[in-house]
Design a binder for this molecule. Structure first.
Ligand code: NAD
Ligand code: SER
Length: 315
């Protein structure tokens, strides 16, 4: 069987930094090329500075490295996107078109493109939001993800390009920092707890959102990409769930292990974004089609986050 050769776009981001290492473990270090707009820093494998808006450079990189799969992670996230909607639309859509077109022209075997819970809006069921639900997002980020999902589906149906996608919830991990989303508070809070600092949360205490711990997010991504194509019934993007919690609940989980930790609340513009998103997600299609099952709940994640961050801040 031919060895996969993978190009990651946005490898320096919150998810890309961790996914790159996992893909290198799974496929061999030299078979995974980490690219980003900015220098991804010291790496133990091939890297390239690459602007995903430059289609010619992307096509040349695919040829140069002998690539047969792209993981396209570059995007402007929900909160940053609202500060300059036209820029967010341009970057999110143009980069995706370039990836899909290069994928089609080069005959790539598979493409991965993450979507988000941001595709849902207030019209969608708030609890256990189903896979096939009305999609009226209120952020430019969400609009770009709905459009992206439909283009992924189009390239699959029209050209047979094997594009796969997950609607990630908020992703939480200790290895990297988040890049401008509405769920970022759930990473920041652990850093404040370990540094023994008071945390002021930009969402209110009762705002429940779907979240996923990084190891589960990576397992889900690899699981979807390894699944036999004929098992996949969703070619827009799969709902994916891990846990749901409010800022008050994550604070209580931290306080069990760090009793002195304190939190206060000062909601800003991100509150309205969070209020437009589901509180929990029905991911039964992913469970049925390719065997998805999360491993971490809130307390298990808290224990692991605090353990690793304490080690990081000590060293
Ligand atoms: P991030 O903001 O941390 O990283 C994005 C990376 O893309 C950055 O390193 C940035 O430099 C790079 N980038 C931006 N523009 C680029 C361009 N033109 N060319 C090349 N690289 C460019 O994002 P993330 O949190 O790692 O998210 C990765 C993907 O997962 C995104 O598509 C995002 O929408 C999706 N997602 C993330 C979350 C989450 O909670 N992190 C949740 C749902 C979906
Ligand atoms: N975590 C992401 C955000 O908040 C969800 O896509 O933007």
């Amino acid at each position: 069987m031919k060895q996969d050769r993978i190009l990651i776009i946005g490898a320096g981001g919150q998810i890309g930094a961790v996914l790159t290492e996992s893909l290198r473990t799974a496929h061999g270090t030299d078979n995974v090329v980490a690219t980003d707009l900015r220098d991804p820093g010291p790496q133990n494998g091939p890297t390239q500075v690459l602007d995903a808006l430059d289609m010619q450079a992307l096509g040349e990189a695919v040829q140069h490295w002998g690539i047969n799969q792209i993981y396209h992670l570059a995007a402007i996230l929900s909160a940053t996107g609202e500060k300059d909607p036209m820029r967010a639309w341009d970057i999110n859509m143009r980069s995706l078109f370039n990836v899909l077109e290069v994928g089609r022209q080069a005959g790539l075997a598979k493409i991965y493109f993450p979507s988000s819970i941001a595709v849902f809006g207030r019209e969608a069921a708030h609890y256990q939001t189903p896979q096939h639900e009305v999609l009226i997002p209120e952020t430019v980020y969400g609009i770009s993800k709905v459009a992206g999902e439909n283009w992924a589906n189009y390239y699959f149906r029209r050209y047979g390009l094997d594009v796969r996608s997950l609607r990630y919830p908020g992703i939480i991990g200790y290895q990297s920092m988040p890049g401008g989303g509405t769920t970022d508070y759930a990473v920041d809070i652990y850093h404040y707890a370990v540094k023994k600092q008071h945390f002021e949360c930009f969402l209110g205490p009762e705002t429940s959102l779907p979240m996923l711990y990084m190891p589960d997010a990576i397992r889900a991504t690899l699981g979807l990409m390894e699944a036999p194509a004929d098992r996949l019934t969703v070619r827009t993007s799969y709902n994916l769930a891990g846990m749901s919690f409010t800022p008050a609940e994550i604070a209580a989980s931290i306080q069990q292990q760090a009793p002195g930790f304190t939190i206060s609340y000062k909601p800003d513009f991100r509150q309205a974004i969070a209020d437009s998103w589901p509180a929990s997600i029905d991911d039964s299609a992913a469970r049925h089609d390719w065997g998805w099952k999360p491993e971490y709940d809130l307390d298990a994640m808290t224990k692991d986050m605090l353990l690793h961050l304490e080690q990081q801040y000590r060293s």
